[in-house]
Design a binder for this molecule. Structure first.
Ligand code: GLC
Length: 608
């Protein structure tokens, strides 16, 4: 019997391998047949990725040129940002691609980096720094799966995520986009995200193409300067910043975004050794490389030189924010690249290699067969089922740094609770950057979700009085105070800081309440560790909540003991700015809290 089942198992395996092989050769023959038909203009257009803002009024250019891809950059969005509104625009643009000579579908990319964060009503998940604190790859895979479903529900099928930056200096404004300071944790969660967002096959109905970014060394720049200089020997660069890419490629990632930063003085967008010799050669990356936002413009020559250098370095698809009449427009790019080919400064073989990589992924995604969105899917965006995954991620992201005399968990039957702080009732602050707009924004910026204040109100008993004040005023004896402090939204270089000390207003609020003898529970909303020593001393309990997203209810779940905190620090927590950069493994390592630190509740205190 055993032999028979072994026989059928091996028969199944062989037939699976044969089927996969024949699918690959079938796609290869389709790619070859298509490339044979393409003119040079059509090939160059496939390597061109205009931003939506550049073509929104020139839709005719889509039919005229047949662009390979269109992106919605940080501040580029449709007029009606409901799921329906996004689906309408997606469909209308993709229909234009079917009016081109070869009907090659357009690849649409967007920064859905913590949920489908440009869409009103979408579920916004904790930013990656919070996911790093969960140490839970299965949860991160689930987060990615739900994110993919919400992206695909609007037709879009490519997200510029996961960011596998290894953030080594918390001055960096993009620290929160990284899973943490340890390459192994970053690789583990980056892989989980790729598996979740792409699914078992790129042609699955929920599958969204991942884009692993930013290659390479974005989190390792001097002083944490965004788009700065990463000075490392090659062995250290590979040890610290390469694992996320190697593991993500093994997990099936088919697009990688090249980084703005330099390595030892050379810009990544012109780095042939790392992009072609290492990534495509040594590591056999068979997907495509996409540039960052107008990043080739930062190379040292004029636009034509920069196009020549970046394409010959190994870039395949070029992100171009500017349209007709603007400098370095997508028209300029296509014209100049054609000149370079005619002048043999860019070989036709390089063009064909780039086009092959891009078109092959489109075939693997099933885009030629199913370019349009099932319009009914828009209604699934922001569902309670999806929100429950985000709420779980919030719970598991919280890191308890202090809990004096078991101040936490709080009683749901407390007589009176004061919730304080301008960010305690602010969904925009909870979400942080890359939410509706590039930089994010304070206030009620999108529908759905719960603020921390709303979460507290939803949790306590009817007998409990919940008071709210933006500055901590209105506290009476007998109260317990939940004080929300921290950073306001920012993205990229706008978040670079030389001083990460908590604001004096935030500290004063905690101090005032403490002076009144009110027990203070501090909840820190930030994209990174901050300098909080004196505030920590004044607090009875202190939770790092990072940038939790829309599901603030998850914070109340832990504050009131329905769940115990399990989060672990994804960064070493510094005592002062002079210690930064401080990372696990450093000599004389002496942080305020070490990498991996995190308390939980006494055994008899939490329900789950
Ligand atoms: C930005 C970021 C990158 C993002 C891209 C498109 O400048 O560096 O992470 O995916 O542009 O918005």
């Amino acid at each position: 019997m055993k032999t028979l089942s072994l026989f059928f198992a091996s028969l199944f395996l062989c037939s699976f391998i044969v089927a996969q092989h024949s699918k690959r050769t079938d796609i290869d023959s389709k790619v070859n047949a298509l490339i044979k038909q393409m003119t040079l203009d059509e090939k160059i257009a496939q390597m061109t990725q205009p931003d939506y803002n550049a073509i929104r009024n020139t839709g005719s250019d889509i039919v005229k040129y047949s662009f390979g891809s269109i992106l919605w950059g940080g501040d580029s969005e449709v007029k009606d940002i409901t799921p329906q509104g996004w689906s309408d625009v997606y469909d209308s643009l993709q229909r234009l691609s079917q009016k081109t000579r070869l009907k090659i579908p357009i690849l649409f990319g967007i920064d859905a980096v913590h949920g489908h964060n440009n869409v009103d009503g979408a579920v916004i998940f904790p930013h990656n720094v919070g996911l790093g604190a969960t140490r839970n790859p299965q949860l991160v895979e689930q987060v990615a799966l739900v994110t993919g479903k919400e992206i695909k529900a609007t037709g879009i099928h490519w997200t510029f995520a996961p960011c596998v930056a290894v953030a080594r200096n918390e001055r960096w404004g993009r620290t929160y986009e990284s899973y943490g300071e340890d390459p192994e944790l970053v690789a583990q969660l980056g892989v989980a995200y790729v598996k979740g967002i792409q699914g078992a096959s790129l042609s699955d109905q929920n599958s969204v193409l991942a884009c692993v970014k930013h290659f390479i060394g974005d989190g390792g720049t001097v002083n944490g300067d965004d788009q700065g200089e990463t000075t490392l020997d090659e062995a250290s660069l590979r040890r610290l910043h390469l694992p996320g890419y190697v593991e993500a490629m093994k997990a099936g990632a088919k697009s990688i975004m090249v980084s703005f930063n330099s390595w030892n003085g050379n810009k990544m967008h012109g780095h042939k050794y790392l992009l072609t010799n290492v990534l495509k050669g040594e590591l056999k990356f068979d997907g495509f490389l996409v540039s960052d936002w107008a990043a080739i413009d930062q190379l040292s020559g004029d636009y034509k030189d920069n196009i020549q250098q970046s394409i010959n370095a190994g870039l395949d698809l070029i992100m171009i924010p500017n349209g007709p009449g603007q400098q370095n427009s997508y028209i300029d790019f296509m014209r100049l690249l054609k000149e370079l080919v005619k002048e043999k400064k860019v070989e036709m073989s390089r063009i064909d290699d780039a086009v092959r990589r891009i078109v092959k992924v489109k075939f693997e995604m099933g885009l030629f067969e199913n370019p349009f969105v099932a319009r009914s899917r828009a209604a699934t965006v922001g569902s309670q089922e999806n929100r429950s995954v985000a709420r779980e991620a919030v719970r598991q992201s919280l890191v308890l740094l202090k809990n004096e005399k078991n101040a936490l968990p709080l009683s749901k039957n407390a007589k009176s609770i004061l919730v304080a702080g301008k960010s305690a009732d602010d969904i925009g602050v909870q979400c942080g950057g890359w939410t509706i707009i590039w930089q994010g924004k304070k206030g009620n910026i999108l529908s759905g979700g719960t603020t921390i204040l709303q979460g507290v109100k939803n949790t306590v008993s009817k007998e409990t009085t919940v008071k709210y004040s933006v500055d901590g005023s209105g506290a009476d004896s007998g109260d317990v105070a939940i004080v929300v402090v921290g950073e306001e939204p920012y993205a990229e270089m706008f978040g670079d800081r030389d001083d990460l000390t908590l604001s004096s207003d935030d500290h004063a609020m905690v101090e005032r309440l403490k002076a009144k003898g009110i027990p203070v529970i501090v909840v820190l909303l930030s994209g990174r560790p901050m300098i909080v020593n004196s505030t920590l001393d004044k607090s009875n309990a202190f939770i790092a909540a990072w940038l939790p997203g829309t599901e603030g209810q998850g914070i109340a779940d832990v504050l009131f003991g329905d769940y115990a905190p399990t989060g672990k620090l994804p960064h070493s927590w510094p005592k002062n700015m002079q210690q930064i950069p401080i990372n696990i493994g450093d000599k004389n390592y002496d942080p305020l809290f070490p990498y991996g630190y995190g308390l939980t509740y006494a055994a008899d205190k939490a329900m789950n």
